[in-house]
Design a protein around this ligand. Structure first.
Ligand code: PLP
Length: 409
């Protein structure tokens, strides 16, 4: 079965830093980091060396057995976790982390209702796709939705808010849903949200929205779960996107970048929520594998040592300003937004803002022809996504941004 939809896919052969080479030897500058994974770039020698050293000592370590590397990984994660999140459960994929986190929330509250948002993407497994905003993901799998959905307050595209603050309106709706005994919605076990929506199109909610969710979760006795799998780990210019707003969830899922290119994810949580299960309540054969953990430790150390979250903030602010300037006044550019090295450019047909996925697809193809890789996402597939490695050379970033601006102009 094919896992890619592109009829003429780029065949990856070799990667290094922010470069990809295809099977014909052609070189590409990657402004997408393989779906926001390669935070350190590809094949960072610090990660590769750690993997090689670990591979000669121990590769497989079953999750049923404690190991020194696993303890070290827990320590690293607790060191970088928002204050108050002091427990860790490892996972392999982001989807696995999310489905386990929601099970934990249900166990902790004894309830089962989950509140999710339009545009949310938690993964494609049966236990995570049921909370996705895009129902097309579910239809093909024959999976039913398992959440009460509210609109995600998109500052650019919330016509229903009629000019008012969509964040405040969504919070008002949620409060009403929780308070009204006849709302049809049971007491929530969990409110799950991406502090910056990734696949939804790099959508940053209005200031105060996350704090409002914190308040309502506390009021309702629900667990607040932040999915920082795509927006976290330095991507947004802080170690975690929720730190821009100073809001700490009860549970947080992380993945993608933390494994340095190897499959690794985790749930971070409060003592209270994460001590509900007995030891061994959940497991998976490769959950605590020594190789991926070793890669994760080396990656976290490098991100901290090199101050990559701060670097992401600096480079991202500059990139956003340059793009905004170069793309100003173009009627087919609806919005240019971002935080840190996480940028979305929304393409539209006209001043009315009708999404233009065809133009976005053509731009991705034209950039690839010029040797530049970018992503595409958004609820209408009309958003060009930039999420380069946090180590990208400034000259490479400038070269890439000039090409992006030229093509989009
Ligand atoms: C925000 C978010 N959550 C969860 C996932 C799922 O992670 P995985 O593909 O590792 O299962 C993704 C993947 O794109 C994601 O962006």
């Amino acid at each position: 079965m094919r896992t890619f939809s592109d009829p003429e896919p780029l065949v990856w052969s070799r990667t290094r830093g922010t470069r990809i080479w295809d099977e014909d030897g052609r070189e590409y500058l990657d402004l997408y980091a393989g779906f926001a994974v390669a935070a350190l770039g590809y094949c960072d020698p610090r990660v590769t060396d750690a993997i090689v050293a670990q591979a000669s000592t121990m590769t497989h370590s079953p999750s049923a057995a404690p190991t020194r590397v696993r303890a070290e990984m827990y320590e690293r994660l607790i060191e970088i976790a928002p204050a108050g999140l002091s427990r860790v459960l490892l996972a392999i994929t982001g989807a696995m982390a999310n489905e386990t986190a929601i099970q934990l929330a249900r166990a902790a509250t004894g309830r089962r209702t989950v509140i999710s948002f339009s545009g949310t993407y938690l993964g494609r497994s049966v236990g995570s796709v049921c909370y996705a905003g895009k129902h097309a993901y579910r239809t093909r799998l024959g999976v039913a939705a398992d959440a009460q959905f509210l609109p995600y307050p998109d500052p650019y595209r919330s016509p229903w808010a009629c000019g008012a603050d969509p964040g405040a309106l969504v919070l008002g709706m949620l409060e009403e849903m929780i308070d009204d005994p006849a709302s049809g919605v049971g007491a929530p076990a969990c409110i799950v949200v991406e502090p910056i929506q990734g696949n939804g199109g790099v959508v940053i909610p209005p200031v105060g929205f996350l704090a409002g969710l914190r308040r309502l979760a506390d009021k309702a006795g629900a667990v607040l779960l932040f999915d920082e799998i795509q927006c976290g780990f330095g991507r947004s210019g802080r170690m975690w996107a929720c730190q821009h707003e100073g809001v700490t969830p009860d549970l947080m899922t992380i993945g993608k970048g933390i494994g340095g290119g190897v499959a690794l994810a985790a749930i971070l949580g409060t003592e209270e929520v994460m001590t509900n299960w007995n030891p061994d309540a959940i497991t998976s054969t490769f959950m605590a594998n020594a190789l991926n953990i070793t890669a994760g430790i080396a990656t976290i150390d490098a991100v901290r040592k090199d101050g990559l979250a701060e670097r992401s903030a600096r480079l991202g602010a500059d990139a956003l300003a340059r793009l905004g300037e170069r793309l100003a006044g173009r009627t087919h550019i609806g919005d240019v937004r971002g935080r840190g090295l996480f940028i979305g450019i929304e393409l539209v047909r006209d001043e009315g803002g009708e999404p233009d996925p065809g133009r976005a697809a053509a731009a991705v193809a034209e950039l690839r022809a010029r040797g530049i890789i970018v992503g595409r996402g958004g609820r209408y597939d009309n958003v060009i996504k930039l999420s380069p490695a946090l180590v990208i050379e400034e000259s490479d970033l400038q070269e890439g941004l000039v090409a992006v601006a030229e093509v989009l102009s």
